[in-house]
Write a protein that binds this ligand. Structure first.
Ligand code: ATP
Length: 373
């Protein structure tokens, strides 16, 4: 393993039925099954307290596993201490040593592992080059910007040439613009190092843009695992549907009715004719309520729409974002967000007709909130 960029190391990470119960009886993670392939970039995402940091810390060996097995590269590592797991972790607060300059911060992990001065020099220079911080090597952390500190924290992980990189919300202390930039840099780093990376965030946009695979968690349970667009287009339940995507998916409670041998979704005074595909999905739900989910870009404003395939609504708020416009609209029974192009100008109070693109509708069971299919 001589250089950072051209080595071939296998580093699949497998969590088998892993649970964590803290001593205060908090079930932070329940029966987590996650398969991270070699060189894959996997993002664990979910709201605060869902157990993602706990999961990452168990992989790092910083938290004991209550139940289940953790394998790295096929080897059971439950009882292997963190320093022997061949993993490097990048923290949200960077965890740099304030009294050391950038060079020594990056070199520290290698020094305690008794690398030669020459080997350390080579690795630090190489990582500094990759991260474009060669000019900062003599500075102390307090003389660095937030983005530069984050790069040093990355550098400290890179010089170790670990099998697996773990990231715990590494961008959350950066301002919005820098976050977007560092997002791209970490993705580029992944490409370049060809390393296995596991990344924790509560930000679904980071999850969507950076990952090969997303694991969505809630209250200690994995809700769904899949490629970003899989989760976006085929959410397993209402939680995942609402969590992934911005602005979020719209939900309307509808009653399924049958008229003229066709199925309709009734919203208060309005009814929508269901497509053939949705009719098949909803055939066991006649006279029952379902949740009708539709993304903001799949609600089409269309003045000439037929009554049976559209709903009347009133524009309440117009939010121009330059490249697109968000309309907050009211159907009388539901509040919806519509994403539209800036070409046509809308005004608050305006009445419009909206046609849901039925190909992109997801129906959910009212009770279980699971997607119907
Ligand atoms: P956040 O985004 O807020 O960091 P998270 O998804 O990373 O949240 P965890 O930090 O893994 O969530 O916490 C999961 C649950 O475990 C929470 O209910 C939390 O209060 C609890 N918890 C975390 N650490 C401990 C601990 N050391 N002792 C007891 N309970 C803990």
């Amino acid at each position: 393993r001589s250089t950072v960029s051209n080595e071939k190391i296998m580093a699949a990470v497998q969590l088998k039925d892993i649970s964590k119960t803290y001593t205060n009886n908090v079930h932070a993670v329940r029966n987590a099954n996650i398969q991270v392939l070699d060189k894959e970039f996997v993002v664990l995402v979910g709201p605060s307290g869902c157990g993602k940091t706990t999961t990452l810390r168990m992989i790092a060996g910083l938290e004991e596993i209550s139940k289940g097995q953790l394998y790295i590269d096929g080897k059971l590592v439950n009882d292997i201490p963190p320093k022997d797991r061949d993993i490097a972790m990048v923290f949200q607060n960077y965890a740099l040593y304030p009294h050391m300059n950038v060079y020594d911060n990056m070199a520290f992990g290698l020094k305690i592992r008794k690398f030669s001065k020459q080997a350390i020099e080579k690795r630090v220079q190489e990582a500094a080059h990759i991260l474009d911080i060669e000019a900062l090597l003599d500075r102390k952390p307090k003389a660095l910007s937030g983005g530069q500190r984050q790069r040093v924290a990355l550098g400290r992980a890179i010089v170790r040439q670990p099998k697996v990189f773990l990231f715990d919300e590494p961008l959350s202390n950066l301002d919005a613009k820098l976050r977007v930039q560092m997002r791209a840099e970490i993705s580029a780093l992944h490409q370049r190092l060809q390393a296995t990376m596991i990344y924790v965030t509560h930000d679904q946009i980071e999850a969507m843009t950076m990952s090969d695979k997303i694991v969505v968690m809630k209250d200690g349970d994995i809700q769904q695992t899949g490629a970003p667009l899989d989760l976006y287009n085929h959410p397993i339940n209402k939680f995942v549907a609402g969590f992934i995507g911005s602005p979020p998916m719209n939900f309307m409670t509808m009653t399924i009715t049958e008229k003229n041998q066709k199925l309709w979704g009734s919203l208060d005074k309005q009814t929508l004719l269901l497509s053939d595909e949705l009719t098949t999905i909803a055939k066991n739900k006649v006279s029952q309520q379902v949740i009708f989910g539709i993304r903001p870009e799949s609600l089409i404003v269309n003045e000439n729409a037929q009554k049976e395939t559209s709903v009347d609504a009133t524009v309440e708020i117009v939010e121009p974002l330059g490249s697109e416009v968000h309309l907050y609209i009211n159907t009388g029974s539901s509040q919806l967000i519509v994403r539209t192009s800036p070409e046509k100008i809308y005004h608050p109070g305006e009445n419009i007709r909206l046609t849901p693109d039925m190909r992109h509708v997801v129906l959910f069971d009212r009770e279980t909130e699971l997607a119907l299919n």
